[in-house]
Design a protein around this ligand. Structure first.
Ligand SMILES: *[C@@H]1O[C@H](CO)[C@@H](O)[C@H](O)[C@H]1NC(C)=O
Ligand SMILES: *[C@@H]1O[C@H](CO)[C@@H](O)[C@H](O)[C@H]1NC(C)=O
Ligand SMILES: *[C@@H]1O[C@H](CO)[C@@H](O)[C@H](O)[C@H]1NC(C)=O
Ligand SMILES: *[C@@H]1O[C@H](CO)[C@@H](O)[C@H](O)[C@H]1NC(C)=O
Ligand SMILES: *[C@@H]1O[C@H](CO)[C@@H](O)[C@H](O)[C@H]1NC(C)=O
Ligand SMILES: *[C@@H]1O[C@H](CO)[C@@H](O)[C@H](O)[C@H]1NC(C)=O
Ligand SMILES: *[C@@H]1O[C@H](CO)[C@@H](O)[C@H](O)[C@H]1NC(C)=O
Length: 774
């Protein structure tokens, strides 16, 4: 990873310098988003306002008209337009402008999974489910999938104001709205110019959040069962912003602008930036802030850049940030050698060789010398390096993980790959394949070298129980929070490993992009998959409590989460936040930590934003009364994070207020579970309520000795009354192993100064992405 990041840095700086040598960059128009905060309350046409600003910057009405791409004004104020560097400079200076952000691309970051978390079918406590609308911002959807049947569903709720766009695409009472966005016309000819999904990702996430119950769903015979989303009777509204080349910032903002005004209740976003941006330069942070103002919770993926520290994306305090963990089902496939040795490997292998053995060779012995390949490349079975004379009809042992195409294209029967870096999730391949450890790989190589006619077979995949689950998967991005170190992120974890859900039948079913087989359900991994589980759970809570704020829903999911086993991962809460979502418990949390827009504004104010900026964002007369930079300790957050500067004492005071949403007369008693290295007092330690909706405050004081080079230490504060257990984790740290940035830089603790350096990491699944993450 470190190496990859380094190469990537080198690469981007080379590309940038090459560009600057041969272009008159100041004259090139590039798409930018001009973000202007809250939409004007007065009855003005925002479009003409935007046009006037552009005309002002460009000096011509016709070029202004030509360059305008989107006017946002349904839910917030701003526009997307093609601007030169000079025009960017002019517009940045104009009144009302908060940020001017170059358009860039963000990346896309079951059956069993809901049962695994004790959330069975027939949760009919939720009669209001049909009133809840989940907005999914993704690659679109395959509307004909059984997961989106509207059988027995009533017409959309009256509040719905959305639309169904695009040719060859029809909405129904399940998919009640669908829009698509493409600011720079980067279609390729395999993509549908409609909300129809050619990639599969959006179909997968939408069906995970809110798909119908579909019996007999499976991936080519594997993992058969009932596929279903968290809220099978809720509605889906689709906002397609991601295409083969990625998801553009201008389009993401257009989708938020519409989704909020259309009347969705929960927004699910399984994509993100690879680098931490300032809150008001990040489209998901901006969009979700305005969504929050309208009572809509945004659930977003933590990212797939783990297990490295400070890699979490989508960390704004007003969103729910979701890590990915395993469920109790593994996908394995065994390789059986002619000498009787059996090696178990990770693979979603639907192919059945019926026990027939085939000649087994080493990739290094199958180089296609006529194209200049040699054993140094063919040992890894790279596509194009293999000689079909050697490979045809055989199983090939390869020394790394690849998508299988090298062997497939050379007419091989199957492949046994050796790779030890990924041990906690599986991929699917276009031919019989399994991935064993490098240690076992050496034994296979020994067998090949010591036997005259080595043979092997690969058994059809199995799905044994994973007794370790849930464990946060290696690729799930880790905290701490790069922008606000005293807000714990991620918030929760949810199933994101080997998840079966609906798929687009025109998208390849395996990691090989040219795999032409067609499936209606597929098994993939990512925080993209865990996010819609949390979105579905949030929709379930929203259905039970239509009047709850986004913060209350989020609090309910966090304080009722299953406690993760701390012995299974060193980075503790930086991997799993408050724990694993438990939707059944979340509808009855007892107490919630509520927060309103004013609380988030106060938080922003204390962490370095000024009155000018905040007034634009809020559209009101907000003032930052607290001019001293604080730490945001008093944002009413359902967890505690204390970043201590190196060599300083542990010291933090956090105020919190809980709202009673349980029994009217109730008395909650706190208990503190922490390591001996520091101390925590909760004052008062007992909270008595006599009414629903009553609020009570308490103060948490964390003290301890000077610490240095101290990675995460954690404990929890728990409030108990009757069946209610309201748990809030608490972390203290000042050292982040391998952190790419220094958290001690400057007053706001933010990474703002570094942010334009480069992009980092990658997403684990993309149609054109080869296996794995970089
Ligand atoms: C229209 O939709 C069908 C699915 O019903 C799809 O297979 C086909 O490719 C689409 N045609 C076009 C022109 O988009
Ligand atoms: C295995 O057997 C099934 C059922 O008889 C058959 O359809 C399939 O083609 C066989 N597979 C191979 C690789 O021979
Ligand atoms: C070697 O590669 C070339 C170019 O792809 C291909 O045409 C040829 O068939 C390959 N040779 C064998 C024996 O696979
Ligand atoms: C407020 O912050 C913005 C953005 O950092 C800055 O451009 C502006 O000058 C600041 N205004 C005041 C009054 O400090
Ligand atoms: C802000 O304050 C000014 C002056 O007191 C007032 O005229 C204006 O209506 C206020 N704006 C909002 C949005 O409250
Ligand atoms: C926190 O609560 C204490 C006790 O109620 C209060 O004195 C203090 O001012 C509060 N701190 C902040 C920053 O609100
Ligand atoms: C709560 O307690 C108060 C006084 O102890 C009592 O008057 C009231 O009836 C109780 N309310 C409920 C709903 O039990």
């Amino acid at each position: 990873m470190a190496m990859t990041r380094l190469l990537w840095l080198l690469y981007t700086s080379l590309v940038l310098s090459a560009l600057s040598l041969n272009c008159h960059c100041s004259e090139i128009k590039k798409v930018h988003v001009v973000y202007m905060g809250e939409r004007p309350q007065e009855d003005v046409s925002v479009a003409s306002m935007h046009h006037a600003m552009l005309k002002n910057a460009m000096g011509s009405a016709s070029s202004a008209k030509e360059s305008l791409i989107y006017s946002y004004g349904r839910s917030f104020n701003g526009f997307a337009a093609k601007l030169t560097n000079d025009e960017v400079a002019k517009v940045s200076e104009m009144e009302g402008v908060i940020s001017v952000i170059p358009n860039h691309k963000l990346k896309l970051h079951t059956t069993r999974s809901w049962d695994f978390m004790g959330f069975g079918t027939g949760n009919d406590g939720n009669l209001q489910e049909g009133d809840v609308i989940v907005g999914v911002i993704d690659t679109g959807i395959w509307p004909e999938s059984d997961s989106f049947s509207d059988k027995d569903m009533s017409p959309p709720p009256a509040k719905w104001k959305g639309a169904c766009q695009g040719a060859n695409f029809t909405c129904n009472n399940k998919i009640i709205g669908a829009r698509f966005y493409n600011s720079e016309n980067y279609y390729d000819n395999t993509e549908f110019k409609s909300p129809r999904d050619s990639i599969g990702h959006g179909t997968h996430t939408a069906s995970t959040a809110a798909g119908r119950e579909v019996p007999g769903a499976n991936y080519l015979g594997l993992a058969d069962g009932i596929a279903r989303g968290g809220v099978p009777n809720a509605r889906i509204a689709v906002y397609k912003v991601c295409w083969d080349s990625g998801c553009a910032l201008a389009d993401i903002l257009a989708a938020f602008d519409d989704a909020i005004a259309d009347g969705v209740d929960i927004i699910s976003v399984s994509l993100g930036s690879d680098w931490p941006y300032d809150y008001f330069e990040d489209p998901i942070a901006i969009g979700s802030f305005h969504a929050m103002k309208y009572g809509i919770l945004t659930s977003n993926s933590a990212g797939n850049s783990g297990p490295f520290a400070v890699t979490v994306s989508n960390f704004a305090p007003w969103t729910l940030t979701v890590a990915a963990s395993t469920i109790d089902r593994k996908f394995v496939s065994q390789a059986v050698l002619g000498n009787g040795q059996i090696f178990s490997g990770l693979s979603i292998n639907n192919f059945d060789l019926n026990g027939t053995s085939y000649p087994l060779i080493w990739g290094g012995d199958a180089a296609n010398y006529t194209v200049g390949a040699d054993p140094e490349s063919s040992r890894y079975c790279i596509p194009g390096a293999m000689s079909s004379d050697e490979v045809q009809g055989k199983i090939v042992f390869c020394e790394t993980l690849w998508d299988g195409s090298g062997i497939l294209l050379a007419n091989g029967v199957g492949t046994v790959m050796a790779y030890s870096s990924i041990t906690d999730f599986a991929f699917n391949y276009p031919l019989p394949a399994t991935v064993i450890s490098t240690e076992d790989g050496l034994k296979v190589l020994d067998y090949i070298r010591s036997t005259d006619n080595p043979i092997a077979t690969i058994l059809v995949g199995e799905t044994p129980k994973d007794v370790m689950a849930p464990v946060v998967v290696s690729f799930s991005s880790r905290g701490p929070n790069p922008m606000s170190p005293d807000i714990l992120k991620p918030d929760v974890t949810a199933p994101g490993v080997d998840i079966l859900a609906a798929w687009s039948p025109v998208s390849p079913p395996s990691v090989y992009y040219a795999d032409t087989r067609s499936v209606n359900y597929n098994i993939i991994s990512g925080t993209s998959m865990s996010c819609p589980h949390a979105s579905g759970a949030a929709a379930y809570v929203k259905a039970a409590h239509p009047d709850w704020s986004p913060a209350a829903i989020k609090s309910a999911l966090m304080t009722t989460a299953y406690v993760m086993d701390s012995r299974k991962q060193v980075d503790l809460e930086f991997a799993y936040g408050s724990g694993h979502i438990n939707p059944s418990a979340a509808v009855n949390p007892g107490l919630v930590f509520d927060a309103s827009e004013a609380d988030y504004i106060d938080f922003l104010c204390k962490t370095g934003y000024n009155t000018t900026t905040l007034r634009l964002v809020t559209g009101d007369n907000s003032t930052c009364t607290n001019t001293l930079l604080g730490r945001g300790w008093d944002l009413n957050y359902p967890s505690f994070s204390l970043y201590v500067k190196d060599g300083e004492q542990i010291m933090g005071v956090f105020n919190r207020t809980v709202t009673n949403v349980g029994e009217p007369n109730s008395t909650y008693v706190s208990s503190v579970y922490i390591p001996t290295t520091f101390s925590v007092t909760v004052e008062p330690s007992v909270l008595s309520f006599s009414a629903v909706g009553e609020k009570k405050s308490f103060t948490v004081k964390i003290t301890g000795p000077k610490i240095s080079q101290q990675p995460i230490m954690s404990g929890a504060i728990t409030w108990k009354y009757g069946v209610h257990v309201v748990r809030t984790p608490l972390v203290v740290y000042n050292y982040i192993p391998g952190a790419p940035y220094n958290l001690d830089d400057g007053s706001t603790y933010s990474m703002i100064n570094n942010k334009k350096a480069t992009f980092r990491g990658s997403s684990i699944y993309h149609k054109n992405g080869i296996i794995g993450y970089n």
